[in-house]
Design a protein. Sequence first.
Length: 188
Amino acid sequence: MELLEHCIKNHISITNQTLDKITNEFEPILLKKGTYFLKSGVICKKMAFITSGYIRMFSIANGKEITFWIGSTGKFITSVASFVFQTSNFWNIQAITDCKLQTISRENHFMLCKQETKWLEFDNLLLAHSFALLEKNMFSHLHTTAQERYNLLIKEEPNLFKEVPLQYIASMIGVTPESLSRLRKNVG
C-alpha cells in the first residue's frame, strides 16, 4: 500500500486522512505469471495499481499478438473505455511475471470520485496521463524510426529488457523480433 500512497502523494497534495480513505478502497491481489487481469470482449470492472511485476496490454489481429503497452511497478492499468463506459473491452491484460496489484472496483472508484475531490483530482491526472501516453505512442510510430523508438525505450525503461520477453518489446515498438535483435546490435 505504501507504493500506492507514495504515487498519489507525488501527484497531488492530500491529507493523510483522505489518503487513508482512498487507499482503504483498494484490495491487494496476486496475479500469477500468465494469468489474465482482463480478457478482450469482457466489460472491465476494475482498475489496478502495479506494486510489483510486469503486465501487458495486447490484442490479437489475424492470429498475431500485438502488444500495445507494458506496465510495470508504480503504474496503473485498466481498459479506460470499458471501465468508464461499461462497453466491451478490446484488450487482453495479462501478467508477464508474477504481479502484485492493488485493485479498485469501478463502483468504489466512482463513489470516491463523488465523495473525495482529491481522488477526482488524481483520477483526472491519470486520465490525462493516459491520453498523453497514447498521443506520444501515436506520434512515435508515425514520426520516428524503429531505432529511435528502441533507444528511447531502453533509456526510459531499461529493466524491461531484463524482465520481459523480447517478442513483447518488439511488438510494442512495432518491429519483428529479428529486427529488434538488429536494433540491439546498433546501439552505440
